[in-house]
Design a protein around this ligand. Sequence first.
Ligand code: B1M
Length: 224
Amino acid sequence: MRDQLFGAMLQSIIDGTPEKAAELAQRALADGVDPLEAVNRGFAMGITFAGEQFGCGQMFLPDLLAAAEAMKAAMRILEPEMLKRGSQRQTLGKVVLGTARGDIHDIGKNLVATILAASGFQVFDLGTSVTPDQFVAKAKEIDADIVGVSALLTTTMAGQKAVIEALDRNGLRPRMKAIIGGAAVTPKWAAEIGADGYSRNALDAVELAKSLMGRAAGEGKALA
Ligand code: B1M
């Protein structure tokens, strides 16, 4: 039964039908499906498949855009529930998050933001195509613990390096930690640019952020 639902979710993304995707997300919540499981086993499989089809020329940009719209429609329903489930009165640390300069992919970054927030971090999401100066300004303003840069394109991965260099130039590291992620990013790249950490997905990003804060879950400082 669940497999059927996950299959329908995947299909709604491939078909690029936001109404259907939203309806399936609602149904999942009504049926007691964990929202993160709905993303991982349903909707994200659909967007990954769409990307593969696009990559090998079987799908065109308008179809990919429609798939992304459907994905966003599902996420709009699921994200508040993920936040609610993780809601707590503690903060494990302050994270400035954004997508690298020139990059407008934000589905994965938004998922990372949601899961971090649901896990107890205070997240300051700067959105997409964020310049190194914008990262630095926000990190200074809120006295961030962690700065996270997402990049989905091989061309925008250079933006991750630029943010780390800007943090260093402004004397913000090693006090602040820099983490990176995104489909094209590898641990090798993270080591090469001197990032403090890399994570493959949103759940790993939480573990990484916690370990960088040197705190186990539940040991955070109280919110002011
Ligand atoms: Co684009 N796109 N896209 N795209 N797109 C990719 C990335 C691509 C691999 C598709 C392909 O060719 N197979 C390819 C990149 C090739 C490359 O450089 N290696 C590509 C291309 C080429 C492009 C354009 C250049 C196409 C064009 O215009 N000709 C263009 C670029 C626009 C730009 O940014 N300047 C473009 C545009 C778009 C859309 C607008 C249509 C849409 C984005 C919509 C949006 O985000 N608002 C889109 C989409 C949807 C994709 C794919 C299909 C899916 C990305 C996604 O949302 N995945 C993607 C193919 C793919 O990745 N398989 C593709 C689901 C998401 C949950 O996963 O984002 O990987 P992901 O995030 C994960 C992890 O990576 C990790 O955790 C997340 C959750 O688990 N993670 C982090 C991410 N950020 C992290 C940060 C962290 C830690 C972990 O710490 C800070």
